[in-house]
Design a binder for this molecule. Sequence first.
Ligand SMILES: Cc1ncc(COP(=O)(O)O)c(C=O)c1O
Length: 442
Amino acid sequence: MPHTSRRGFLALNSAAVLLPARLLAAVEARAPAAPRLDDWGKVRAQFRLSPRYIHLAGFYIASHPAPVRDAIEAFRTVLDESPFLTVERGMFEGQAQNVQRKVRDDVAAYLGGRENEIALTPNTTTGLALVYHGLRLKPGDEVLVTTHDHVVHHEAIRLSTQRNGASVRKFALFDDAASATADGIVDRVRQAIRPATRALGITWVHSSTGIKLPVRRIAQVVEEANKGRSEAERVLLVVDGVHGIGAAEESVAELGCDFFCAGAHKWIFGPRGTGIVWGKTPAWARLEPLVPSFSDVESYVAWKEDRLPRGPTNPNRVTPGGFLAYEHQWAMGAAFRMHQQMGRARVAARVRELNQRCKEGLAGIRGVTLRTPRDPALSAGITCFEVEGLKPDDVVERLLERRIIASTSPYAVSYARLSAGLMNTPEEVDQAVAAVRAIAKA
Ligand SMILES: Cc1ncc(COP(=O)(O)O)c(C=O)c1O
């Protein structure tokens, strides 16, 4: 079924049908031109969020902005007009015109990496599962992970090591996020790595406390630990990057990690049910694919010839196959292009400005304890806090009564969270801070 090899199965005369090149051209012709995004008012106007609320939980799951809605609609139209030809031509007939390839090009341009380093997934969760289950671990090997990571990260490791007999060790990067330092975090990582460690899992921006880790410095520590190790024994640095991508300034390819897993349906504003894994080429070679692929020609040819696929594992081989909601996966590129157009540095500065305003405001309220570092170098777009005498759920409930949408962190120790993104204004942040002040006083 994958590219090129499938053509022989088709009895169609291609002159009469929608070729991928024409498919993309047809889709582009249907979608309105990219809007101007040179001020934050114009960016905010791309979202259809209900004006009845102040939305400060935007990082949870995206509201599709206009360029993404338009791309989904354009792909949906051609799929509904001719599902067979659109999928057959868009997926299986030649790399040059392949729509997934075009999506990976758009993602790579934003990440600062190469398209052949990217797997397409439905979300962060699947990406982490593909990485940890893909690792060729055996009894005696160890996966190291921090105590601060999301349930799906811990569970991906538990489920993988339960099968392969490797062990898991959890360690804390800090005792208290709000007073953590980059030096302290890096020291803890250095002390935690052991000879049996084969992978280290961390989260770029924590949804538990809002802390943003110094990933590049952690990667340097991992690199030092890897000196003298064989390729098979190197510690792979696996990052859950879902709350950093689209919110922080660093390019993913420069972070220094081996694997970077993220949903595109949070800060990137991609279609719901889309995500990526970016990985270095030697790291991909350390994985066994888990789900049959529709994106790797060699796997398909090998199957037809009843032999094993040749060559090292690559991201296409790890990209889960099976038919999908293609209008969503294919429209991912529009979200990454939108971010490219806005500029990583500009987006990160706006996210920083709004959330610094939120933190400073909350820090000045008696009875409110900020759980996120105030240092912008150690935080991004999530602000966690507690109100004396109130459970986090009650804080969120009282904010909702005031038409402010906040959330609680779904961890053993839970905090209330406010998160401002590109759909918000400084005035909205001020209103939320004023509401917390009123709640704390009551
Ligand atoms: C840190 C973190 N990782 C992973 C996830 C799961 O993301 P996804 O829905 O993309 O699987 C979440 C939240 O939903 C999260 O906060």
